[in-house]
Design a protein around this ligand. Structure first.
Ligand SMILES: [Zn+2]
Length: 146
C-alpha cells in the first residue's frame, strides 16, 4: 500500500490526501481544482506548459531547473536539484521543466542555454542562473528568497 500525505489547498482550505506517487504529477484540489503546493520531499515537481503558471503561482518561493535529456551539464546539476528538493521540502517548490517538451515556457523565459535555473518569488521571476554552478550558489539564492 502506498503512502500518502495531507496537503491543505491554498485556495479553499480543503485538506487533500495525495498519494506519494502522484506528488510529482501536479495534483489538484478535490474541491476547487486548484493546484496543490505539494512538499517536494519525493523530488522535484515535474512542470509542463500546462501546469507551469498554476504551480508557480501557488508557491511563495520556487526554483525551476530548465533542462533537456541530451544536455551534459544538466545531468550534472540534476542530482543537486533532487537534493535541494528534499532539503527545501515544505519551504520552497523545486521543479524541473524539460525545455524540449515544453516550448511555451522555454520561449517565454527566453531560455537559450541550458541548464537555466529560474527563481520565482510570489509567482514573479526574481532571478536566473545560467549554467551548472556550485550547489552552494543555488542554495544561497534560494535561502535569500524564503
Ligand atoms: Zn481547493
Amino acid at each position: 500500500m502506498s503512502d500518502s500525505i495531507i496537503v491543505q489547498c491554498p485556495n479553499c482550505g480543503t485538506k487533500n490526501r495525495v498519494p506519494v506517487e502522484k506528488m510529482s504529477l501536479g495534483p489538484k484540489c478535490g474541491r476547487c481544482k486548484a493546484p496543490l503546493p505539494v512538499p517536494s520531499s519525493q523530488g522535484p515537481v515535474i512542470l509542463t506548459d500546462a501546469n507551469f503558471d498554476a504551480t508557480i503561482s501557488s508557491a511563495p518561493t520556487a526554483l525551476v531547473d530548465c533542462w533537456a535529456p541530451w544536455c551534459g551539464p544538466c545531468r550534472m546539476i540534476g542530482p543537486v536539484i533532487e537534493e535541494l528538493a528534499k532539503e527545501f521540502a515544505g519551504r520552497a517548490l523545486i521543479g524541473k521543466l524539460n525545455v524540449d517538451e515544453n516550448p511555451m515556457v522555454a520561449q517565454r523565459y527566453q531560455i537559450r542555454s541550458i541548464p537555466t535555473l529560474l527563481f520565482f518569488k510570489n509567482g514573479q521571476l526574481s532571478d536566473t542562473i545560467v549554467g551548472a554552478v556550485p550547489p552552494d550558489q543555488i542554495r544561497a539564492k534560494l535561502l535569500s528568497l524564503l
